[in-house]
Design a protein around this ligand. Sequence first.
Ligand code: 0X9
Ligand code: ZN
Length: 303
Amino acid sequence: SFDWRTYHTLDEIYSWLRSLSDVYPDHVTIVNGGQSFEGRDILGVKISYTPNNHRHTIFIEANIHAREWITSAVATFIINQLLGNTDPEIRYLAENYDWYIFPVFNPDGFVYSHTTNRLWRKTRQPYSILCVGADPNRNWPYQWMQGGASSFPCSDIYAGPSPLSEPSTLSMSNFINSLGYQIEAYLSIHSFSQMLLLPYGYTTDHLDNYEEMKIIGEQAAYDLSRRYGTQYVVGNTAETIYIATGGSMDWVKHEYEVPVAYTYELRDTGEFGFLLPAEQIIPTGLETMDSIVSIFKSYEILH
Ligand code: 0X9
Ligand code: ZN
């Protein structure tokens, strides 16, 4: 049965997601966000304790980069916490927001990273005889190809021939459009580096509600560190990691004026990198959940 002591395949993750709607029929709906190039479904869950009353929505995507296995493990961990943890702060979050959580945004790449090349990053749509895939986090329509992205199909940061050229990003953008301004928070989960990144990736300017996001992010990083001492750096994406354009968070933030938008870079800082040992899934999940509780506690106090 499903657990967080080991990494799971796409089929195992999807079977577990489907089982949740049987175990929690009143609170969990399986949602199909669309299809990948190779025809796989992009499955997520909607968690809602008030099915007919649209609440502020928290959207979480993970594993848009195939090799970042810890991210889907943490996304399923968060789903499990929202459904099963009796801690009052977690119950409050679970029951007062609508949640959409997609553990594997890039299913073709994820399967390929399991079967063939553990360090695969991109999608699996072929672009030349030799080179396959676009970077699905350079493929979104806001500031597309304006820096930190490549027009060379063999590059790991190939932006694709046009915005939303990848069936997975196109279908997920349509799904996000259907939620639109209901989205109050968008969390994009990556690894690794232990960073909490704020919009935007195209400029080092502190735009929109940067100051508030920075304060909330610093508190979240502190609350995350209280469990095991894990240190996160918080800041604007372009300043803190590098210039990167065409990312999903930037598009959603800009398109729907999403007040709470963060990109996580989970553990570690490079000792294991993308090959984070499975023994670290549960601790990473617990500390990440602490930071999510912190973000919404701070946001509610400030609003
Ligand atoms: O380069 C990326 O896409 C992310 N880092 S990773 O090492 N996981 O590949 C950073 C994404 C931040 N991007 C934007 N907000 N634009
Ligand atoms: Zn990534």
